[in-house]
Design a protein around this ligand. Structure first.
Ligand SMILES: C[S@@+](CC[C@H](N)C(=O)[O-])C[C@H]1O[C@@H](n2cnc3c(N)ncnc32)[C@H](O)[C@@H]1O
Length: 175
């Protein structure tokens, strides 16, 4: 996004440029507040400014040294197509989990609410794997299976809640 002084046709005086500059600074100040992290109204205004500054055609973002992925993640939240790479495979994995995989599932109802009884089979399988690992003395492998079994009722509760939310959202568009 250009500084307003780059557009004298829109902001012909120093004073007009400063008013516009301050308006954009206020938006950035709101955007970086932690409590606004999921504030769709503030994010929407930022996305609109980006669209306005790029004639509705924002450029994709590439972070070739993405590390923990904060730059591509923020770019994606602002509506930009984001690409990331890194020398370190752990960073690549983090970026995949953070910016590549979640958008593929955005807006879809939780899987658990769709698979019905199969969910219980998956939980039983996790428990079985946990007991096998424990018996074999594979403590490290046992941990995630145990975590899954312990978390299962909360996962189920969240799946039902999310499914209700999705239905409510879909109803908004019913005519
Ligand atoms: C300072 S970190 C980036 C932090 C990132 N901007 C963030 O907000 O989390 C720098 C990253 O560059 C990566 N890196 C260093 N040299 C590289 C190279 N030649 N090619 C690709 N990645 C490289 C490192 O693995 C490291 O993850």
């Amino acid at each position: 996004m250009d500084d307003p002084s780059s557009h004298p046709e829109q902001f012909p005086t120093d004073a007009a440029q400063d008013v516009e500059r301050q308006r954009l600074f206020r938006l950035i100040e709101e955007l970086v507040k932690w409590e606004n992290v999921n504030n769709e109204e503030v994010l929407g205004r930022a996305r609109a400014e980006i669209l306005k500054a790029t004639d509705g055609n924002p450029p994709p973002l590439l972070d070739p040294f993405a590390g923990g992925g904060s730059i591509p993640l923020e770019a994606q939240r602002l509506g930009l197509e984001a690409h990331a790479s890194d020398l370190n495979p752990v960073a690549v994995l983090i970026n995949k989990a953070l910016i590549e995989i979640p958008p593929k599932f955005a807006g879809r109802p939780p899987l658990l609410s769709q698979v019905g009884g199969l969910g219980d089979t998956a939980r039983d399988l996790a428990y079985r794997l946990y007991t096998i690992c424990e018996r074999k003395g594979w403590a490290q492998e046992a941990l995630p299976y145990n975590g899954l079994v312990v978390a299962w009722s909360e996962v189920g509760r969240l799946a039902v809640e999310k499914a209700k939310e999705t239905t409510r959202r879909e109803r908004l568009f019913e005519v």
